[in-house]
Design a protein around this ligand. Structure first.
Ligand code: MG
Length: 371
């Protein structure tokens, strides 16, 4: 059985779509990039995989790929697609075939991937193709000038699979080429058009991304935090200073309720927790205003295409009595997260445990997000 090197190309600038589309989290909790890698990895005919990414994302992508044992290298792309694929080939073992897949096509089926590779084994080169639904026109100088015969047209997708040596030789013809098939065509080889799928589209436009977002539905997250009560500190809860003889100890302003809330929101979105995002080993967060951190979390949520449905926070505190401050707390949180999003309650633990003895204050939060 021939061996196959998978090359997942994620090096192109995706700014065209207004955000880094490969980092969008899909309904199953994985990013577009990771889903595309998993798709290629799932195929038993693929031996190893190289992920080609932007130089500034190598560290982040490498950490994601720890979960994917077939990924043998993560490498930086070049100036053109062909440079990038070439770098991918160089970074992996010299298998008989290469299987080049756009990271922005996460929705191909396992059957499509297997089908293309099998056809390439048979013919030396294969690519998934679908008939063109729209009538295609030529234009020149702003006007329609002609109509090609639709029955002979195909839209080509990825993964495209070629004999490794055939592809490397064909790279000599890559000047101004649009896709990998084109260099193989120019080199005089035949490519088998394997069955493609309508669903195997390339995430390209803002509309594509909005379409992804609308299929995400709702998610829920929980956050929990505790801080110790000490003398000579302000007591800040939900961004409001509560007059009391003690305050909460912490690297930041120790706003325990906002910390729980941020972790609930981040948890719902499947993002790292505040300990990872704002580490207390980082002097930048010494004495930080947790409301500023909440703004960052809120921006991150929006960046991922989510919005907060509602959050419910419970502050567990023996003293002082918090009920007079709750309307101000709600207003503070909603000034960042949106009106009607936040509910805040306070309770005691009947003098039991560390909150009951006044050693500390705890907070729980749940958050529902939708996108
Ligand atoms: Mg905390």
């Amino acid at each position: 059985m021939p061996t196959v090197l998978g090359i997942v190309v994620a090096a192109g600038s995706s700014r065209r779509a207004g955000r880094d589309k490969l980092d969008i989290v899909l309904a199953d909790g994985r990013t577009v990039l990771e889903t595309s890698v998993a798709l290629i990895e799932e195929c038993s005919l693929v031996t190893d995989i190289v992920v080609v990414t932007r130089a500034d994302k190598i560290e982040y992508v490498s950490s994601l790929m720890e979960r994917h044992p077939k990924v043998c290298a993560v490498t930086a792309g070049g100036n053109t697609r062909f440079d990038s694929v070439r770098k991918g080939i160089d970074a992996g073992p010299a298998h008989d075939f290469i299987c080049i897949h756009d990271a922005a096509r996460p929705f191909a089926s396992a059957a499509l991937v297997r089908g293309v590779i099998e056809k390439a084994f048979e013919h030396g080169a294969a690519a998934p193709c679908i008939p063109v639904k729209d009538t295609i026109k030529f234009t020149e100088d702003g006007f329609i000038t002609g109509t090609p015969d639709r029955s002979s047209l195909r839209a080509v997708q990825t993964p495209q699979v070629f004999m490794r040596d055939m592809y490397l030789d064909a790279l000599a013809f890559s000047d101004d080429a649009f896709d990998d098939c084109q260099v193989i065509e120019r080199a005089g080889h035949r490519i088998y058009p394997a069955p493609g799928e309508e669903g195997n589209y390339k995430i390209t436009t803002r509309e594509d991304i909005e379409g992804l977002m609308s299929s995400k539905s709702i998610r829920i997250g929980h956050g929990y935090d505790v801080h110790r009560l000490v003398e000579n500190r302000k007591l800040i809860l939900c961004g409001v200073e509560v007059p009391f003889e003690k305050g909460l100890l912490g690297h930041s302003d120790a706003d325990v309720a906002v910390h729980a809330l941020m972790d609930a929101i981040l948890g719902a979105a499947g993002l790292p927790d505040i300990g990872n995002l704002f580490p207390d080993s980082d002097p930048a967060y010494l004495g930080a205003d947790s409301m500023e951190l909440l703004k960052k979390v809120s921006a991150l949520l929006a960046e991922q295409g989510w919005c907060l449905g509602n959050a419910d926070i419970t502050i567990v505190c023996q003293r002082p009595k918090l009920s007079p401050f709750i309307p101000a707390m709600k207003e503070r949180l909603e000034s960042v997260l949106g009106k009607g999003t936040c509910n805040i309650k306070a309770t005691t633990e009947e003098k039991l445990g560390f909150t009951g003895s006044g050693e500390g204050i705890a907070a729980h939060a749940v958050a529902l997000i939708n996108g």
